[in-house]
Design a protein around this ligand. Structure first.
Ligand SMILES: [Zn+2]
Length: 178
């Protein structure tokens, strides 16, 4: 997937500001509850206005921007795939986003099954029967688009919210969007 606006958005990494400078006493950390409160109330407000499907799509689009900007600003895009994945695992863990594992990989065709445990967005949520990590789907797609230059699709097939202990994503080149 590529959002309809593609790379033409206004957000830039510097919009995140200088946290060190702005929060000399409170610093970089805050409880996961605060992040989830923001995400799930935003999702609710979007769903109230546009319906569940469009709300999910908007979250996916925001995740895509986040994945692209993360790749541009945090990751080393010049390294080969195995090293790129290893760096991604380290970063996601360091930042408390989740524990990424590669369950299956076909690097020639760029097909992957990835799992994220202790996921920031969903681990511990009440069961709803629906996968909820739309933002993460967009994040993975945007990240890989930026690394490879090709559109990717990432689909969450298992989630804490569907009763699984880990989120599982099927990731592949998005031929429809190419
Ligand atoms: Zn999930």
């Amino acid at each position: 997937m590529i959002p309809v606006f593609g790379e033409k958005y206004n957000f830039q990494w510097s919009d995140l500001g200088d946290v060190q400078f702005g929060r000399p006493n409170l610093g970089q950390q805050m409880p996961v509850m605060v992040y989830r409160l923001a995400q799930y109330t935003m999702r609710e407000a979007l769903a109230q206005r546009y319906g569940d499907d469009t709300a999910a799509e908007i979250l996916r689009d925001s995740g895509w921007i986040a994945g692209r900007e993360f790749c541009l600003n945090v990751m080393d895009r010049a390294q080969p795939l195995a090293a790129f994945v290893a760096q991604l695992q380290t970063k996601l863990k360091e930042l408390g986003i989740g524990v990424l594992r590669v369950e299956k990989a076909d690097p020639n065709d760029m097909l992957f099954t990835l799992t994220v445990s202790e996921d920031l967005d969903c681990s511990g949520l009440p069961l709803s029967g629906n996968t909820v990590c739309d933002y993460d789907e967009g994040f993975l797609a945007g990240l890989l688009y930026t690394y490879t230059g090709k559109p990717f699709s990432a689909k969450e097939i298992d989630c804490w919210a569907t009763g699984d202990r880990t989120c599982r994503f099927e990731v592949k080149p998005d031929l429809l969007a190419a």
